[in-house]
Design a protein around this ligand. Structure first.
Ligand code: IPE
Ligand code: IPE
Ligand code: MG
Length: 246
């Protein structure tokens, strides 16, 4: 039986977050430039987005470019930005066909104007879609996101709109980039690294973590399904004991 056939559709995670890592090593292993890996990573994105949509996943959030990634060599940063621009544009038709709604989180104003424009255009065009919500984390830093939420709330307290005691988790979440989205139940990281790299720190408080040694350009929908199956075998206790959650 394929992984997909074994998945319990009644117990799907609503939101899956992915740290797409290992493009550079994948290319290097083939004697190519790192950017060759980024180009091939796009094929994985396409397949995983389709696979998630097919299954009925509601939210897929892909770590595409971190705030820290700006510190890479200029050549690589520029090449990734160019790749983003051309890919977003090329994929719109497919997103429309697959009923995918595009979304983005992060400090989007840092993106080159052309990239920001293509992104806004695709977000606008796909906003009528009702299927999978595909969120790209771009120029994203979770600490910045949390700090910005604190700043927003502090400003409201200062101008008298809010009392400090009124602030609760729900209000805090409403001030994150991910406002309105459920928290990810499953976080996948490829490439064999066991770290979070400043991704969705607040949102993954109770996420199940799944690490695979596969490099991102080798990751396909079957790998996503394997991760979901693994997730479904786990007991999520949220601080309680086994007897309480069964
Ligand atoms: C992930 O692959 C893509 C981005 C961070 C943009 P990497 O480029 O980090 O590839 P490795 O981890 O160096 O192999
Ligand atoms: C995390 O990968 C960011 C993305 C996948 C976009 P990195 O390759 O930048 O993370 P570190 O540097 O290994 O922690
Ligand atoms: Mg990496």
């Amino acid at each position: 039986m394929s992984y997909k056939d074994q998945i319990d559709l009644q117990k799907l995670p609503r939101h899956i977050a992915v740290i797409m890592d290992g493009n550079g090593r994948w290319a290097k292993g083939k004697g190519k430039l790192r950017i060759f890996g980024h180009h091939n990573g796009v094929l994985s994105v396409r397949d995983v987005v389709e696979g998630a949509g097919d299954l009925g996943i509601e939210y897929l959030t892909l770590y595409t470019f971190s705030a820290e990634n700006w510190n890479r060599p200029t050549f690589e940063v520029n090449a990734i930005m160019e790749l983003l621009i051309s890919t977003i544009n090329k994929e719109i038709a497919k997103l429309m066909k697959n009923n995918v709604r595009l979304n983005a989180i992060g400090d989007l104003n840092q993106l080159p104007a052309k990239c920001h424009k293509e992104l806004s255009n695709a977000i606008e065009k796909t906003s009528v879609n009702t299927g999978l919500v595909l969120t790209l984390a771009l120029s994203y830093s979770s600490r910045q996101e949390i700090m910005q939420a604190a700043i927003n709330l502090a400003a409201k307290v200062q101008n008298g709109e809010l009392q400090p005691g009124d602030i609760d988790e729900k209000m805090f979440e409403d001030n994150l980039y991910t406002a309105g989205m459920p928290n990810p139940e499953l976080l996948i990281r490829t490439s064999g690294e066991y770290r979070i790299s400043n991704y969705l720190l607040w949102q993954i408080a109770y996420a199940e973590l799944y690490f695979t040694s596969k490099l991102w350009p080798d990751f396909r929908r079957e790998d996503l399904y394997e991760a979901i199956l693994d997730y479904q075998k786990r007991e999520r206790r949220f601080g309680m004991i086994s007897e309480q959650v069964n």
